[in-house]
Design a protein around this ligand. Structure first.
Ligand SMILES: [Mg+2]
Length: 228
């Protein structure tokens, strides 16, 4: 059983794509057309574009975005994932649980909306630390906080490049919150999960998951990891 669990926030503990769609609907004052939503998703790239570049492209699509306000606006649309808080409460009773996230003040607002600020034991926000994923410093800082050996720490995230490659490079166990495709050129993650709740089984803290997607996926999935 691992001794600690480190978690990315956006698109790992909640569906950022859904929050983005809700944000766009509010800004437009109506539901976006499918093509319109796709165009905005393209310029946002799941939050990986620099915000000033996103804002410039959004203006061309007819929506004014204030780069500094955008994360705070998005945070207002964050919705909890079913079962996630309860699973993390149980995990936090057994393991050290921390969040490692890129961003600023909006990240703590998101955690509060998810009901997680009093659940996890520590929150590492890049703007507060002066280091952002994938920089080694933020991983080393969080790993040091766990007090555990790297192989005793699970790092769960959706981003293969910013979350999981550096976590694995530090010797931590990479758990991919599946979003999109895993890059073919990158060594595969140790485990894959399709829900936050699947972490319980992966950590040996719960009976086999009822979630068929998590139990029935291919090699390296959560169920296999729990039996290994
Ligand atoms: Mg993420």
């Amino acid at each position: 059983m691992p001794r600690a669990l480190l978690l990315d926030l956006d698109d790992t503990l909640f569906d950022r794509g859904a929050a983005f769609a809700a944000w766009l609907a509010q800004r437009l004052g109506r539901a976006p057309e499918p093509g319109e939503l796709a165009a905005f998703r393209e310029i946002d790239q799941r939050g990986r574009r620099p915000r000033d570049e996103f804002a410039a492209d959004a203006a061309r699509l007819g929506v004014t975005v204030e780069p500094a306000r955008f994360p705070l606006e998005l945070a207002e649309h964050v919705e909890p994932e079913a079962g996630a808080r309860e699973a993390l409460e149980r995990l936090a009773a057994r393991l050290r649980v921390g969040v490692v996230t890129n961003g600023g003040a909006a990240q703590r607002i998101k955690l509060a909306r998810l009901g997680l600020e009093g659940v996890v034991h520590a929150v590492f926000v890049s703007a507060e630390l002066g280091a952002a994923k994938p920089a080694a410093a933020i991983f080393a800082h969080a790993l040091g906080w766990t007090g555990a050996a790297p192989h005793e720490v699970l790092f769960a995230g959706d981003d293969p490049i910013a979350d999981l490659a550096p976590a694995a490079a530090h010797g931590m166990v990479a758990v991919w919150r599946v979003r999109g495709e895993w890059p073919r050129w990158l060594a595969p993650p140790a485990h894959r999960i399709h829900s936050v709740a699947a972490l319980e089984e992966l950590c040996g803290c719960a009976p086999p998951a009822a979630d068929a997607r998590d139990a029935g996926a291919g090699p390296g999935d959560a169920a296999r990891g729990a039996r290994a």
